[in-house]
Ligand binder design. Structure first.
Ligand code: NDP
Length: 331
């Protein structure tokens, strides 16, 4: 497949360009808002063509799919332009700044008959698939609660728009809470009904939150606690799933790499749970390519991206209002 890049981004250079090439795909062009950066980025990454706008790039054509990894406020207009040009779209999270935009993207893709996917990489991880399989097999009985520990330290090279530009979609809620929402939905197979939350700044955020803790009510009665932050250098990440018959402790699994450890604790004792260590992004691209070929769905669909955004927006509203907020499943 031939890919176009909308956004001369870090995630594309660190993970996605290698993931496309791992499948033998070609990265045909990069489109940036800055022509000079596009040229340098193309040269640095061995990309044939560079454009100073997505419109020019789409007019030049020559791609089957567009990967969108610009700042968050650009995702919707860029996705709509790519879809109008007949390209399949793999879009970064959060899909958009609001639900109306996200729904429009997914609807337009359906109407155009192109594949539209959300790059929620965590559900591609062997670790999360193993946790989901344990839960589905009844290893912990009825799930009572889940804790998601995703308080990390934003590396210096990413301490830009994420920590100081609300207009670009900055803040830890659109950045990390969406991932946690998708992960919980993937593991438990249900969508939160309502949430309550507190947010704040703890050393990085300037005009946007850099930390948030929230509690979600699930339809099954399970409760979920989620903690996201940009400012915690040593907290590590983890997922815990607690049920009537056992608990799953998964350390270090909220990450871009295929690492971590999973332990299942039941009345029979403790045991380590093995899992595949395949590359998360290579796997996501594999499933996207299969969907383009007409076989199956992308790992995370457009609807998955809308639903993770619904939860994140509810968390932000709950933190700002101090009220319990029902997750908006309307429209
Ligand atoms: P970057 O800050 O690296 O890139 C975002 C945009 O910023 C680029 O598209 C580019 O604009 C501009 N930019 C990049 N570098 C420079 C620079 N040196 N000087 C000026 N402008 C620059 O963002 P990320 O790669 O961290 O994130 C991009 C998107 O990907 C976000 O939506 C984020 O949420 C998502 N993401 C997803 C991850 C995942 O695992 N699924 C992980 C990390 C990010 P232009 O468009 O004009 O080229």
């Amino acid at each position: 497949m031939r890919w176009g890049l909308a956004g001369a981004s870090t995630i594309a250079s660190e993970h996605m360009i290698p993931a496309f090439r791992a499948h033998g795909d070609e990265v045909s062009w990069v489109a940036s808002g800055n022509p000079d950066r596009a040229l340098h980025y193309a040269a640095d990454h061995g990309i044939g063509r560079a454009f100073g706008s997505l419109e020019e790039a789409l007019a030049a054509g020559g791609v089957d799919a567009v990967y969108i990894s610009s700042t968050n406020e650009k995702h919707a207009p860029q996705a709509l332009a790519a879809i109008a040009a007949g390209a399949h779209v793999l879009c970064e999270k959060p899909l958009a700044m609001n639900l109306a935009e996200a729904a429009d993207m997914v609807e337009k893709a359906q109407q155009a008959g192109v594949v539209f996917a959300t790059n929620h990489h965590l559900r591609c991880a062997g670790s999360h698939r193993a946790i989901r399989d344990l839960i589905a097999a009844g290893a912990v009985g009825q799930v009572l609660s889940m804790r998601v520990h995703h308080a990390v330290h934003l590396p210096p090279h990413l301490q830009g728009w994420r920590i100081n530009d609300a207009g670009a979609g900055g803040g830890v809620v659109p950045d990390i809470t969406v991932h946690d929402a998708d992960t919980v939905r993937f593991l438990l197979g249900e969508d939160p009904i309502e949430v309550t939350a507190l947010d704040g700044t703890s050393g990085m955020g300037e005009g946007v939150e850099d930390s948030v803790m929230s509690i979600w009510a699930m339809p099954s009665g399970a409760m979920v606690f989620a903690h996201e932050s940009f400012t915690h250098p040593f907290a590590g990440s983890a997922v815990e799933v607690h049920g009537t018959l056992g608990s799953i402790f998964a350390q270090g699994v909220m990450t871009q790499r295929p690492v971590g450890e999973i332990e299942l604790v039941t009345a029979d004792g403790r045991r380590n749970v093995p899992f595949s260590n395949h590359n998360l992004y290579v796997e996501g691209v594999r499933m996207f390519r299969e969907a383009v070929r007409g076989s199956g769905q992308p790992s995370a669909t457009g609807l998955d991206g809308i639903n993770s955004l619904r939860v994140a927006l509810a968390v932000r509203e709950a933190a700002r209002s101090g009220q319990r907020v029902a997750v908006n499943y309307g429209a």
